[in-house]
Design a protein around this ligand. Structure first.
Ligand code: DAT
Ligand code: MG
Length: 152
């Protein structure tokens, strides 16, 4: 089985609004495995690197201000197809276009306050994981109920 890893972050609005346990629960209940977790207020340098692909967009400065404005929950989740599946769990970038049942569809209305980040592909995922986490901060473990979620 091809176990991917993806980088997920609960943005400052999600933390301030008390959505941390709800969001962690959605990934746990889906059946993905948490292998990295930290709580920090990102530096400007980290935020600018993380959103480097958007540096020429008009919303870039506001985005960096927002993401550095308070603590975020930074995570790495592992599992078969986790990169694409996490994007589905998160929903569309524009919360009003996100389907009900998705995190943004259920908890957000505004693109600039859309609660959560998820890597958009394999290259972005490995870039973002290595930007936010050292290898030694990722934990290899086997959930005791794994045989009830994975056939092999
Ligand atoms: P996503 O977070 O779904 O991967 P993205 O990579 O296109 O979306 O943009 C990164 C973040 O930037 C997004 O979550 C919210 C913000 N953003 C994107 N487009 C924006 C816009 N037109 N106005 C304000 N903020 C925007
Ligand atoms: Mg993106």
């Amino acid at each position: 089985m091809d176990r991917e890893k993806t980088f997920i972050a609960i943005k400052p609005d999600g933390v301030q609004r008390g959505l941390v346990s709800e969001i962690l629960g959605r990934f746990e209940q889906k059946g993905f495995k948490l292998i990295g977790l930290k709580f920090l207020t990102p530096s400007r340098e980290l935020a600018e690197q993380h959103y480097g692909v958007h540096k020429n967009k008009p919303f870039f400065n506001g985005l960096v201000e927002f993401i550095t404005s308070g603590p975020v929950v930074a995570m790495v989740w592992e599992g078969e197809g986790v990169i694409g599946s996490a994007r589905k769990l998160i929903g569309s970038t524009k919360p009003l276009e996100a389907e009900p049942g998705t995190i943004r569809g259920d908890f957000a209305v505004n693109i600039g306050r859309n609660v959560i980040h998820g890597s958009d592909g394999p290259e972005t995922a490995s870039f973002e994981i290595s930007l936010w986490f050292k290898d030694s901060e990722l934990t290899n473990w086997t959930p005791s109920d794994e045989i009830w979620r994975l056939e092999n």
